[in-house]
Ligand binder design. Sequence first.
Ligand code: ADP
Ligand code: NA
Length: 330
Amino acid sequence: APRNRLLSGIQPTADSFHLGNYLGAVRHWVSMQDDHDAFYCVVDLHAITVATDPTVLRDRTRRAAAQLLAVGLNPARCTLFVQSHVPEHTQLAWVLNCLTGFGEASRMTQFKDKSARHGADRASVGLFTYPVLQAADILLYRADAVPVGEDQRQHLELTRDLAQRFNREYGPAFTVPAPHIVGDTARILDLQDPTSKMSKSTSSPAGVVDLLEDVAKAAKKFRSAVTDTGREIAFDPAGKPGVSNLLTIYSALSGRPVAELVAAYEGRGYGDLKKDLGEVFAEVARPVQERFRGYLDDPAALDAVLAAGAAKARAVAAPTLADAYDRMGF
Ligand code: ADP
Ligand code: NA
């Protein structure tokens, strides 16, 4: 089998992916499924590091999987599964927890940020060891590559350290994964505050467009996007962050280079750009939303896809865990 195995996960922490999730991450999963042996995981175990209602979690997990299928993941060309369906993730996480230094885990900046936000007493031990579970997610599949944004670099470094440490102490159970830099990864900004990123946790509703959003509502959000008082449509992220963000989104959704868009809109106003962007979004979103509804309307079919995905994932994960257990003395 061709190597070049890739693993990536996404948390089911909202009812819909927003444009940042889609254009910055999930869209690339689709294009990577053919030139990689790709494993894509809805990481529901990670989602409970912050208190989650069971009904909401179950629903969001299914919605995340349905959206991944709706945007074009094909279970015949990749392995799509739900993390909690593969118990080896938590089993390996325990082993790796015991190889991780307390000080080492304490240095993870994402935990520092998140625990500061939740308050020290509300932040769970699960949130603290989250990067170790993430290491297990990756090492179980002996992934060669992991797509990483800036915010995940430190966690991947920990994963590499743990793989090397295990291999040195107990023998070569794991592949040391390399970061996979996805070319042309757009950072999508908040429509109302284009100095910060579009985010479900920090943006206002008007600043975020969801992939599953009603297209008329989305068009209105684009029309109300914050732009500067100038008139010229130019790509200048420092001087014109709002307009530049709209151009980035337009380009990513349409596949047309930013320079081509700038040329096409020469002499026209922001209003034209915003109105057209609403239509470009609708063209992408409508078929995705239709396919999404199809998957939600046929729960048995979605269950079958996820069960088959879990079986494919376990066929790789179980032997890896058995090897690691054996080397540890179990
Ligand atoms: P959020 O910031 O809304 O909580 P997550 O942290 O759950 O989003 O991110 C899920 C995935 O989407 C990650 O791969 C992350 O890098 C990507 N992502 C999130 N927001 C953006 C954005 N504004 N622009 C580009 N990519 C993003
Ligand atoms: Na593939």
